[in-house]
Design a protein around this ligand. Structure first.
Ligand code: CTP
Length: 474
């Protein structure tokens, strides 16, 4: 890495302004952390900038805000000794270098000032401790006392200090190590991995919101299984998603085995990550089999069964979302629905695919029918090439049929062609169960393909059903 490249990283008015302001205050300043890491990894333009000042970060932020046209007011977090300004869509965070550990969440005021190196060694990973000088004497120079550059090249997550110190300073870093390993496809240094395993219980002191932030990032990565298998091997998973732990293992009775549903799930998540960036669909893939642990049974005649696991799994989602502080809104309902319906297209694809079965699928999945298909296709993890080919082919047919049927019958956002109002008027009825029965009969006839999804056909059927029920026309 040449010095010129580092100049390129900071060749913007933001950095020259910070440099100027720091000079006026007679203090040194550096850009550090994710900005430098992502620049060196060429991961696109990083959004947030972390500045460390050898002196008061707050004073520096105040002067920068004055000097930088278009920047926001300074937000000061006195307890943490940090300050933040927004400039365009970038957040610039300022902190004074500290001797003591990096306590973002600590309520204790930061007291002891330190040198750049003091600050760097208290950061989480060597690749996050890289700093570039903003001082006129060596503007653009990279300061890398822990060989972060070497670790970037070796693709290694390593702590600047003894890992047990780094992780006990902030146990969230155990999740961060796994998250960075997943996002960047890096290896975690063996000593670090051991320290995570040793300190796993300490994850309990971290709030679920912060844990979920990391889980989201793991799930949003190109190959989420890297993260989940690390959560598993370090022993963190039982503290975070015990529902998944219950899926692990293969049992054998009378020579009959079932697949290991934990490792199967991870394959499904990787498969789906290739086809969608929708993180909620990825959540659905992660949770689609959680009902298999509580429903597992062995039957002498049919072998292993997981009857109703989709229903049981979907019922487990609320508690899981609540515990992890995931949103209990339409996102959760979407995941519940995907889990509940996760076997439907499979059943379809094993059989001869009828139009009415496809209509029912579209009716129930509604606008999410394509997502459901994506989930089911990701669920094919059989290693038997013949079976694999047959399933894929059948799903292709189901997809084609969905398109055909939808084009003809418009079931996706199904609105009953005859309203309850109209039924009431026609037969001079008050609100009563007969109205529901007629509506249901019309819906069923449409889904079965007995009548088209049209007003006139539905009207005739309404008259016929009314007659059969002994109702009189108004
Ligand atoms: N940091 C740390 N320990 C933490 C969190 C953050 O040492 N628990 C330090 C790291 O030096 C990190 C910097 O603070 O690079 C900024 O943290 P943050 O913005 O959370 O992460 P980034 O590294 O910028 O990465 P990302 O934006 O992907 O989260």
């Amino acid at each position: 890495m040449t010095k010129r490249q580092h100049l390129e990283a900071i060749n913007t008015p933001v950095f020259s302004t910070i440099s100027e302001a720091a000079k006026e205050l007679s203090l040194d300043s550096y850009v550090i952390g994710g900005f430098v890491r992502d620049y060196l990894l060429q991961r696109g333009t990083p959004k947030d900038i972390d500045i460390v000042a050898i002196g008061s970060g707050i004073e520096l932020a105040k002067l920068v805000a004055k000097k930088l046209p278009g920047s926001s007011e300074v937000s000061i977090f006195k307890n943490f000794g940090t300050a933040m300004i927004k400039f365009q869509d970038i957040e610039i965070e300022f902190v004074g270098a500290r001797k003591e550990s990096y306590h973002r969440e600590s309520r204790k005021p930061v007291v002891e000032n330190g040198s750049l190196q003091d600050d760097q060694k208290r950061r989480d990973f060597t690749i996050n401790a890289l700093a570039i000088s903003l001082n006129s004497k060596d503007f653009g120079q990279l300061l890398d006392p822990f060989d972060g550059i070497g670790d970037l090249k070796r693709q290694l997550i390593r702590t600047p200090l003894d890992p047990s110190i780094t992780y006990s300073d902030d146990p969230l870093r155990m999740m961060r190590a796994i998250r960075f390993a997943t996002q960047l496809n890096f290896i975690i240094h063996p000593e670090s991995l051991q320290a995570i395993a040793d300190n796993k219980v300490r994850i309990k002191i971290i709030s679920n919101e912060r844990i979920v932030d990391e889980l989201h990032k793991i799930l949003a990565s190109p190959k989420p299984s890297i993260g989940f298998s690390l959560l598993h091997s370090t022993g963190l998973l039982p503290f975070i998603l015990p529902e998944l732990v219950g899926l692990e293992g293969i049992e054998e009775i009378e020579g009959q085995r079932h697949k290991d549903n934990f490792w199967h799930t991870l394959e499904v998540v990787d498969n789906i990550a290739e086809h969608t960036d929708n993180v909620w669909l990825r959540w659905a893939a992660l949770l689609h089999d959680i009902g298999k642990a509580p429903t597992k049974k062995f039957d002498k005649k049919i072998g292993w069964t997981f009857h109703g696991h989709e229903f049981v799994g979907s019922k487990m989602i609320y508690k899981l979302f609540k515990r992890l502080r995931l949103p209990l809104n339409e996102k959760m309902k979407y995941v519940q629905k995907m889990v509940l319906m996760s076997s439907r297209p499979i059943v379809l694809s094993e059989d001869f695919v009828t139009d009415s079965a496809v209509r029912r699928l579209i009716f129930e999945a509604g606008e999410h029918v394509e997502d459901l298909m994506t989930l089911c296709e990701a669920d094919i993890t059989t290693k038997n090439p013949k079976k694999q080919k047959r399933y894929r082919n059948n799903f292709k047919i189901v997809r084609q049929k969905i398109e055909e049927v939808e084009e003809r019958d418009h079931i996706r956002n199904f609105q009953p062609p005859i309203s309850g109002e109209e039924i009431m008027k026609t037969f001079n009825l008050r609100p009563s169960k007969e109205i529901g029965m007629i509506k249901e009969a019309i819906k069923e006839a449409i889904l079965e393909g007995e009548i088209p999804n049209e007003y006139n056909a539905a009207y005739s059927l309404m008259l016929q059903k009314g007659k059969e029920m002994g109702l009189h026309l108004n």
